[in-house]
Design a protein around this ligand. Structure first.
Ligand code: SAH
Ligand code: MG
Length: 219
């Protein structure tokens, strides 16, 4: 039996994540531009925003921009001098996202980098990019384990590493495999991380956000 989570998601969304015009216009622009709406839900977006706020994040890295919907939530957690770098392989998605960021009034805090994320992560490392406070992985699922390996050195101690869509059906099977199932196993095994999966509501059923804290020397 599939749990009808729609009503719960609507309740939480209406109370805690009402959609302003920047967010509804972002989704409308994605519709007009034929960008698939595989963005986070509003309620999950609000969760991302609160996680970023709670650690006082000033530098955020997102892997997988799409139309900029989750990016707007993350950018809204930043102080005025904060920065979001978001990585996207599809130039059309990047262009749509940039328009949406500008309309939302956060464009000046966001850099969209176009290219395969694994390569861009390598460039960020080589360029000696300052460390990030929060990294949100939400691109191609088969890349997650590699993104973990390449992005963990870019995260400060005490920072948060988030992985989206981490409760695929495969996690309930002994035989099935999936990129995000492998990711969960990898973060669980990492001595640098303390991790849990938070189940999040979708329109139908549930999904997961894997939340990992990069340990400091003390914990
Ligand atoms: N974070 C977005 C959703 C991202 S969907 C939101 O919630 O609003 C996943 C995105 O990852 C898509 O836009 C896709 O084009 C991009 N992507 C897929 N493979 C990629 C890769 N190898 N490198 C960078 N981006 C990639
Ligand atoms: Mg996602």
């Amino acid at each position: 039996m599939e749990l009808d989570t729609h009503a719960y998601n609507d309740y939480i969304g209406a109370l805690f994540a009402p959609q302003d015009s920047a967010l509804t216009e972002t989704l409308a622009e994605m519709e007009r531009e034929d960008v698939r709406k595989i963005n986070v839900s509003g309620t999950e977006g609000k969760l991302l925003q609160i996680l970023a706020l709670s650690i006082g994040a000033k530098r955020i890295l997102e892997i997988g921009t799409l139309g900029g919907y989750s990016g707007i939530y993350l950018a809204r957690a930043l102080p005025e001098d904060g920065k979001l770098i978001t990585l996207e392989i599809d130039p059309h998605h990047a262009e749509v996202a940039r328009r949406n960021f500008d309309r939302a009034g956060v464009g000046h805090q966001i850099e969209v980098r176009v290219g395969p994320a694994a390569e861009t992560l390598q460039q960020l490392t080589q360029a000696g990019e300052p460390l990030f406070d929060l990294i949100f992985i939400d691109a191609d699922k088969d890349g997650y384990v590699e993104y973990l390996r390449r992005s963990l050195p870019l995260l400060r101690e005490g920072g948060l590493l988030l992985g989206d869509n981490t409760l695929p059906d495969a996690v309930l099977s002994d035989t099935e495999d999936s990129g995000t199932k492998r990711y969960n196993a990898a973060v669980a095994a990492s001595p640098e991380l303390t991790t849990i999966v938070i189940p999040v509501l979708r329109g139908r059923g549930i999904d997961g956000l894997t939340v990992s804290f990069k340990r400091t020397a003390a914990v």
